[in-house]
Design a protein around this ligand. Structure first.
Ligand code: ATP
Ligand code: MG
Length: 157
């Protein structure tokens, strides 16, 4: 993981709405940071700027020592878990977690090591749902979605 630093970051949307006036924030390497606030206070806007899904109007954003203002999302090595998480219902928990790594053509051994490590951290494979089905009402979906991202070894999640 890497430190994430926001320096006087501001966001004005195309319609002129100023969603973020100026935010200074340092999230240290390995730190678990929670943004809390009323609806519309720009939590998602801030996270989307960190991920590169929204442009920053002004200010600087660093991931580690690197300024990433103009770096596209795919180059930031930031993993995201959305509120509407996407899982593959026809795959087992293990397969869901391994899928993204298989696409990246990692070796079987490497995939196994990363999946078991991420599953251990988030207690996924020990949960009582070895097979994910969307209609089951299972509560481990977000945890599984998190561990899928975690197995990618992002700089920031
Ligand atoms: N594309 C956009 N264009 C203009 N205004 C926007 C856009 N996206 C979001 N906003 C506005 O920016 C403000 C912050 O929105 P944001 O979604 O970041 O809030 P939030 O804190 O994540 O809210 P919630 O808790 O409801 O998820 C809101 O007033 C919202 O209406
Ligand atoms: Mg939001």
């Amino acid at each position: 993981m890497a430190q994430v630093t926001l320096q006087q970051v501001r966001k004005v949307y195309a319609n002129g709405y100023e969603a973020v006036k100026s935010i200074d924030l340092a999230i240290h390497d390995g730190e678990f940071m929670v943004l809390v606030g009323p609806s519309g206070c720009a939590k998602s806007t801030t996270l989307r700027m960190i991920a590169g899904l929204e442009d920053i109007t002004s200010g600087d954003l660093f991931i580690g020592a690197r300024k990433v203002n103009d770096l596209p999302p795919s180059k930031r090595n930031v993993a995201m878990v959305f509120q509407d998480y996407a899982l593959y219902p026809h795959m087992t928990v293990y397969e869901n977690m391994a899928y993204g790594l298989r696409i990246r053509k990692l070796s079987k051994d490497e995939i196994h090591q990363r999946v078991t490590n991420a599953a251990h951290v988030l207690s996924c494979l020990t949960s009582p749902c070895p097979i994910w089905m969307p209609s089951s009402g299972c509560t481990c979906g977000r945890r599984l979605s998190s561990s899928k991202r975690r197995s990618r070894r992002p700089w920031c999640m």
